[in-house]
Design a protein around this ligand. Structure first.
Ligand SMILES: [Zn+2]
Length: 130
């Protein structure tokens, strides 16, 4: 059987089809399985990696990512989003009482954010945007 890389258009089409039937896909692995079965044709297997699939879903405009995470190393330097690879924005917050400044990093593309403990994504839930 032939194998070829699925185009972004093919993946978006698969995603649209999947989210027509359900509003939530509980994990990246599950989403990959659904997309894979949609992309399967008789002569060609169309491939998409989980990472690429996640990026396409983020960019699609109709899917919202819910990011589950655990605390990471506060010393870690984060410049790029661990979810989608975009450049993170630095946000300063003044706390009301102490006047202390906390630094947060936010991703303008997928909504990932982190404070001092650099959040490490562990699971993704995909929601249809309403
Ligand atoms: Zn991101």
């Amino acid at each position: 059987m032939k194998k070829s890389l699925a185009t972004e258009t093919q993946v978006v089409k698969a995603l649209k089809n999947i989210f027509k039937k359900q509003k939530v896909v509980p994990s990246q692995h599950k989403l990959k399985m659904l997309v894979d079965s949609y992309l399967k044709t008789k002569k060609t297997v169309r491939l998409v990696s989980e990472q690429r699939l996640r990026n396409i879903a983020v960019r699609s405009g109709f899917i919202k990512l819910e990011i589950h995470s655990r605390d990471g190393d506060p010393e870690r330097v984060l410049t790029k989003c661990p979810v989608c690879g975009s450049v993170l924005k630095r946000v300063k917050n003044l706390t009301i009482w102490g006047g202390e400044v906390t630094i947060e990093f936010r991703c303008p593309v997928c909504g990932y954010w982190t404070g001092k403990k650099k959040r490490i994504p562990t699971r993704y839930v995909f929601h249809l945007k309403t």
